[in-house]
Design a protein. Structure first.
Length: 265
């Protein structure tokens, strides 16, 4: 389902020696694309072509996913952001525009706040500030996602990602449901990293021009988080996509990609 064949990954070395796989395609201004929790760079496969004509796209496999190393040790969104810096350093990219969705948006918050010189324009999609100031999803959503029946849990995740009307005509496979080759321990550590994210205190430090995008019907990461981010980040713009759920960038691609491209200029 990849729009173009994935290039052979190269590896950057993080500060702790962990190797981080990354992929570079296209030409032009650098655009870093950060995927969701427990996902490799394949998260972006359905929409990557929208950005290749104008940007040198950089994707990566978080530690624990894809072709990156998978240490069995605590992960964090702050740590993932430092892995991103290692990738940018390896590629000699001084500054990139950044588009992070879901957990990738959490990682992007730390990147923009802690390394403002490395981020040009910033897009935060279907994400949250986390911590006590973030809006948690309903308990029934978590219960459905942790159902002991894997088929029911997967069906619940698909329903949170896409509308029923869309899945009727797009039966999958879906690139947003997690890296199937991830070890179980890495999947658990990704989940903890995402749920423990709390960047509220540093959001006002973000100086990059910022666009916050969210599906208006997102229950996986409640839509109310979008307004919190837009209010907390100086000068941020907010765009809600009516009818969209968590994977707005794929199902509502015809609206979302032009919106992001226009903002990136």
């Amino acid at each position: 389902m990849s729009p173009t064949p994935s290039p052979q990954p190269t590896h950057a070395t993080a500060a702790d020696g962990v190797r981080i796989a990354h992929q570079v395609r296209g030409a032009g201004r650098p655009l870093l694309l950060l995927s969701g929790q427990s996902n490799s760079h394949h998260w972006w496969d359905p929409v990557l072509a929208d950005f290749l004509a104008r940007f040198r796209t950089i994707t990566l496999d978080y530690r624990g996913t894809g072709a990156s190393d998978k240490p069995d040790e605590p992960y964090s969104t702050e740590g993932f952001a430092e892995d991103v810096v290692a990738v940018l350093d390896h590629l000699a990219v001084e500054r990139a525009d950044v588009y992070g969705t879901s957990m990738g948006g959490r990682v992007a918050q730390w990147l923009a706040a802690r390394h403002p010189d490395r981020v040009g324009r910033l897009v935060l999609g279907c994400t949250s500030p986390g911590g006590p100031n973030g809006v948690e999803r309903d308990a029934d959503v978590d219960a459905a996602l942790t159902d002991r029946d894997p088929a029911r849990a997967r069906a619940a995740l698909v329903d949170l990602m896409y509308t029923p009307a869309w899945t009727l005509t797009h039966p999958g496979p879906y690139a947003t449901l997690g890296d199937p080759a991830m070890p179980g321990y890495a999947r658990r550590r990704h989940r903890l990293a995402s749920t423990r994210h709390d960047a509220w205190a540093v959001l006002p430090d973000i100086v990059a021009p910022t666009l916050v995008v969210h599906g208006a019907e997102d229950r996986f990461n409640p839509t109310a988080n979008a307004a919190l981010l837009a209010e907390r980040i100086p000068g941020a713009r907010l765009a809600l996509l009516e009818g969209a759920r968590h994977a707005y960038f794929e199902e509502f691609r015809a609206t979302a990609s032009p919106l992001v491209l226009d903002f990136l200029g």
